[in-house]
Design a protein around this ligand. Sequence first.
Ligand code: ME8
Length: 639
Amino acid sequence: MAEPGKKGPVYVTTPIYYVNDKPHIGHAYCTILTDTYRRFHRLFGYDTYFLTGVDEHGQKVQDAAKKRGITPQAHCDEMQAHFRNLWPTLHVEPDDFIRTTQPRHEMVVQKALQQLYDKGDIYSDEYEGWYSPWVEKFFTEDELVDGKCPETGKEVYKLKERNYFFRMSRYEEALRQHIMEHPDFLVPEYRKNEVLGFLKKGLRDLCISRPKSRLSWGVTLPFDQDYVTYVWFDALLNYVSAIGLYTDDERFRYWWSGVHHFIGKDILTTHSVYWTTMLLALGLPLPRHIIATGWWLTDDTKMSKSLGNVVNPLDLKEKYGADALRYFLMRAMVIGQDANFSELQMAERYNGDLANDFGNLLSRATKLINKQFGPVIPTPGEYTDDDRALIDAAKALPGLVQDAVASYRIDVAIEEVLKFVRSANKYFNDQEPWAVVKTDKQRAATIGYVALQAAQIAAMLMHPIMPQKTRDMLESLSSKPADTIDAIKWGMLEPGKPFEVLGSLFPRIDLKKLKAQIEKQNEKPKPAQTRPEITIDDFAKLDIRTGKVLSAEPVKGSNKLIRMQIDLGPFGKRQIVGGLGLQYEAQDLVGKTVIVLANLKPRKLFGLESQGMLLAAGEGKVIALLEPDKPVSPGSGIS
Ligand code: ME8
């Protein structure tokens, strides 16, 4: 039941992240967004619960652990800490952190599997398809690209395997109907067409198992000990296992009735189709909202570890502070759309919005009042029309913020607060309290109070975005973050209470220096210089030909030199002595077709005449003999 006086439940979830990856800015974004959304709803008076966690089963984890020579469990125990420990440093405060290897979760997965098996929604069947070991997936004939794995372009193999299937097709119509009847189910709404398009192709049943002979790191099927369930069937259930499905029905029903899944658009199908049909089959209500975010890109490409273009949230946090990072991520992205990540843009916003506008209001007002009246919140006198204009804007602000957040426009909510802060800064400038104080102390006190009250309101409304900085600001005014939005009222700032003049809340970033740094990082190393130019006539002087190695033996007394007899076809046989001994065993060279510089002046090495030179690539430890990529006869010319 909701706590007395609270609005209904808002249960927010992030995807559970693959434990094998290190968290990057994309993971941080989705988690900070969920945290922010939760903090806003707590402020709006809702009863809230926030779940995040990690996805620990699957082939990649099993393989990574094997490579390290440790158990998958030990590997997971270590890796999950990257995520668990990151969140508090970014002022993210989940209520629970779930791991799919926890018994509380595995128990729910097994019960759900059994329930669906008993009801005939899971069945076993022989599956034949093109299997790509590189991505551990089966593909149909028409999904292949030029007969190869569509994701890696590598070889695929025809594989027949008995597996278990979830009768997803049975729920196609019910899902379509739900989507049509609930326009706010998928956020942004335009995602609806994507999912309906997917359904239009016809839902196939979903393979949900892997034989243990292939993959053992998973949850065992309760009705067949030789199989584990495949990643998604396991992972998606985290959302319900964490809140008491099968163990605490009242708790489960309560939180489940207000669930908001925050996910990236890459996993929209798994959430809006696999997960929803699983829920329909289990007889459970569908999620209230699935919010699919866009991607952070670098140079218009999705960040991914394999591309090596990821931005590390910890680096940015060290440089700008967690709150400034949160501010940028929430301000710069419109939920659902992609955005390019640029540190320079982040620094520009930081200087413009936070140092110049948001932090400046409080800092200027407290400094001036302190100078004129001492560190005590002044008592306002009668308000003028100018004061009233700002007061009206302040009174409207909580409603504007609430509306923007309710329509998932956190960027707009921030902009509303910033707009207000800018007008408060302008008000302070225009009123010139530093001049007014000379003739009218009361008026100067009123201006001071109005500015401080405006700063307090702005800080309270910005608290969900920047929890620590705003707390510092509020504490400096003998205040604290508001418990509910209704408490954010003009006049709540108490005259007579002490305040503290804070040092710079958002010290300015030196953009010139940053630009220089970035330029330096992006500087491409100058290409190495080749040897001086030659003409084609110079090149034509070289007589390069293919040759076949007839015999090869190490040269006595040398650890490097190998003496070879090479057949140059019409040009006869040659003895060539080459320094290949550290790279090749002499006998392995016999039979190879090599490339020979045939008109090199002979010279003696260890008393043996070498009548030419073999061409090889590389230097130092790696030397590779050049070879034609098709058979050619000895003595063929090279041009
Ligand atoms: O998919 N921009 O985990 P995952 C924005 N374990 N968000 C991004 C992003 C980017 N460049 N890259 C990743 C999985 N994300 C499954 C989920 S849930 C039952 C199982 C975010 O570690 C985005 O939210 O690959 C995306 O959906 C999530 O990270 C995927 O994390």
